[in-house]
Ligand binder design. Structure first.
Ligand SMILES: [Zn+2]
Length: 341
């Protein structure tokens, strides 16, 4: 098969011929029909997720099952499936308790710790294949598996968004954030989008953001948020960037009982004052990807058209490096998509 292979982390992926994968007893092989690409993939390619190279990356995938292992009954040849990103144990307290992204016997990520789908075929444990609902395209299903379901988990379980809420999204114009705008709206919230360019904020407005804050045009970001909320602050602030500087803005923008959620992989620390935290019952927390159940919910809401994929660039999977180039030069708006025909 044709595959895009990263020979060494930090190097560009190159087109190579690889043997077609054969499924183990509890695995299935999918012919990949569509894939997604975002900043996470570039970070992986640069080695920040660990794992061993040479590696075929790619975890946001939709396709058709073409072969199943001897002990597989959950999927059959011809089934349309999307791929779940995490390789989990299914046995620990977190897996059994429905919080499998916290798995204590975690086996890693599809496309990092075993080969993913920037290739014509991918073989994975059967538990990593979930059916695509009727009417949802392979491409939309691929986007569901990271760019959208990550938001679904965040808004539903961590930020607990409801129609009373005003929500600040820091990095709302990015590949994940732009779907967060739609998911927060789906939960009934008013959305304040914060980002670094008018281009990204225009996109956020197109997808439903009610208010926009351009970081480059404001000297005091917290004051700008307070101004838009009658001095009160927001009920939830989601930080897609995850640096100390951005998370401080998230925390300082909260009103009574507000939730500050970090969802981006950044770095740094903030100091949380204990007394105001206690008196106003604020919550400071993180949000990590989504469970399988939440991915199934995400696929369902996308099949109903409630959340749509935002694709900024589309190319054949053998040209994936052109999407990485667009991410590096900050020219990609929304998610990158790969075709396979
Ligand atoms: Zn587990």
């Amino acid at each position: 098969m044709k595959a895009m292979v990263v020979q060494k982390w930090g190097e560009k992926s190159v087109l190579m011929s690889r043997p077609d994968p054969k499924p183990g007893p509890r695995e299935a092989v999918m012919r990949v029909r569509a894939a997604g690409v975002g900043l996470t993939l570039l970070n992986m390619r640069n080695g920040s997720f660990g794992g061993e190279a040479p590696r075929i990356m790619g975890h946001e995938l939709g396709g058709d099952i073409v072969e199943v292992g001897s002990d597989v009954t959950e999927v059959k040849v011809g089934d349309r499936c999307a791929v779940y990103f995490y390789l989990t144990c299914h046995r620990c307290r977190w897996c059994r308790g429905g919080r499998e992204t916290l798995c204590e016997a975690f086996k890693g990520f599809v496309g990092v710790h075993r080969d993913g789908g920037y290739a014509e075929y991918v073989s994975l444990p059967v538990e990593n294949f979930l059916h695509i609902p009727q009417g949802l395209s392979y491409e939309a299903a691929a986007m569901a598996t990271d760019a959208v379901n990550t938001n679904w988990h965040c808004m539903k379980e961590r930020a607990r968004i409801n129609p009373h809420d005003r929500v600040l999204l820091i990095g709302a114009g990015g590949g994940v954030g732009i779907h967060g705008v739609q998911v927060a709206k789906a939960f009934g919230a008013q959305v304040i989008a914060m980002d670094v360019s008018d281009e990204k904020l225009d996109l956020a407005r197109q997808w439903g953001a009610d208010y926009l804050i351009n970081v480059k045009h404001e000297s005091d970001l917290v004051a700008a948020v307070k101004k838009l909320t009658d001095g009160a602050g927001v009920d939830a602030a989601i930080d897609y960037v995850g640096h100390a500087q951005t998370f401080q803005v998230a925390f300082d923008s909260l009103t009574t009982s507000g939730r500050a959620v970090v969802i981006g992989v950044g770095k740094g620390d903030i100091a949380v004052p204990t007394r105001p935290l206690m008196l106003s019952e604020k919550i400071v927390t993180g949000s990590r990807h989504s469970t399988r159940t939440e991915l199934i919910e995400t696929l369902e809401v996308m099949a109903r058209g409630i959340v749509k994929p935002v694709i900024g660039m589309r190319t054949h999977f053998t040209e994936i490096e052109s999407i990485f180039d667009a991410i590096v030069s900050e020219k990609l708006l929304g998610r990158g998509a790969l075709t396979y025909d």
